[in-house]
Design a protein around this ligand. Structure first.
Ligand SMILES: [Zn+2]
Length: 252
């Protein structure tokens, strides 16, 4: 494919930029292997319209998402007449969070094997390494209440997430939020990686009858405070450049 050349003088509306970023995010979620068929969801608040969000049509693949085919709905999931359908759990999970957290502009949710595994561990996510320490006392846990199609669940999701940037949906999967699409994406990268690492470690330790060494709690908290300062914006441009070279139609 030929990379699309973007003139420095080309100006985009904030909504157009959000559409391109969210389309890029879908392509990257697919590249990292975090999709579950057509399901799960990545959404973004529409810039200038805090009561509206962008979401992919339910029945297309993540690699088919582009800036133009993302749908705009309100936070209760209402779409313009004649629109394709969206996943029924989007307004319950994402709509509730956008209503409760004005600082949140993007939300990602996955059902990866490692994420589902850790979501079902009584211990939850452990601060086993310096990457995982960013989530120490900074991640919520939401009990499984059935498939999230009932708006009664919204208050429980919001309460569990609290002011955190990440949420474990028990016996279900993972969720991250961010002030930007890039922050939610990078945070999900680290959360997925930590879950994979924890599953690998626990399996290896059990198979080899080896104890797991936990770090000093004081050092864990100090390390978490360092992570708190990371806005997670640096990585995104490099990946967008990769997409511009290898699958530029995400901007269509
Ligand atoms: Zn889910």
């Amino acid at each position: 494919m030929v990379a699309r050349v973007v003139s420095p003088a080309e100006t985009k509306s904030p909504e157009r930029q959000a559409r391109e970023d969210l389309a890029a995010c879908h392509r990257l979620v697919e590249r990292f292997g975090w999709t579950e068929l057509i399901y799960n969801h990545a959404t973004a608040r529409v810039p200038g319209k805090p009561g509206h969000m962008l979401v992919k049509p339910d029945r297309i693949l993540y690699q088919q998402v582009n800036a133009s085919n993302l749908l705009e709905c309100d936070l209760d999931g209402n779409l313009p007449p004649g629109s394709p359908v969206i996943n029924r759990t989007v307004p319950v999970i994402h709509g509730a969070i956008y209503k409760a957290r004005p600082d949140v502009n993007a939300i990602l949710h996955t059902h990866t094997p490692a994420g589902m595994a850790v979501s079902s561990m009584e211990c939850g996510l452990l601060p086993l390494n310096q990457t995982a320490m960013q989530f120490h006392n900074r991640i919520g846990y939401h009990e499984f209440m059935g498939v999230a199609e009932n708006f009664d669940e919204c208050t429980h999701i919001v309460k569990a997430l609290s002011t955190h940037g990440a949420l474990v949906l028990r016996n279900h999967g993972l969720l991250t939020v961010g002030s930007s699409i890039s922050q939610a994406f990078v945070r999900l990268f680290y959360l997925e990686r930590c879950c994979e690492s924890q599953v690998m470690l626990m399996t290896a330790a059990a198979n080899n009858n080896t104890a797991i060494r936990m770090p000093d709690p004081k050092v864990v908290e100090e390390t978490a405070k360092l992570w708190d300062k990371d806005t997670m914006q640096r990585e995104w441009p490099a990946y967008v450049t990769l997409l511009d070279r290898e699958e530029p139609d995400f901007r269509d």
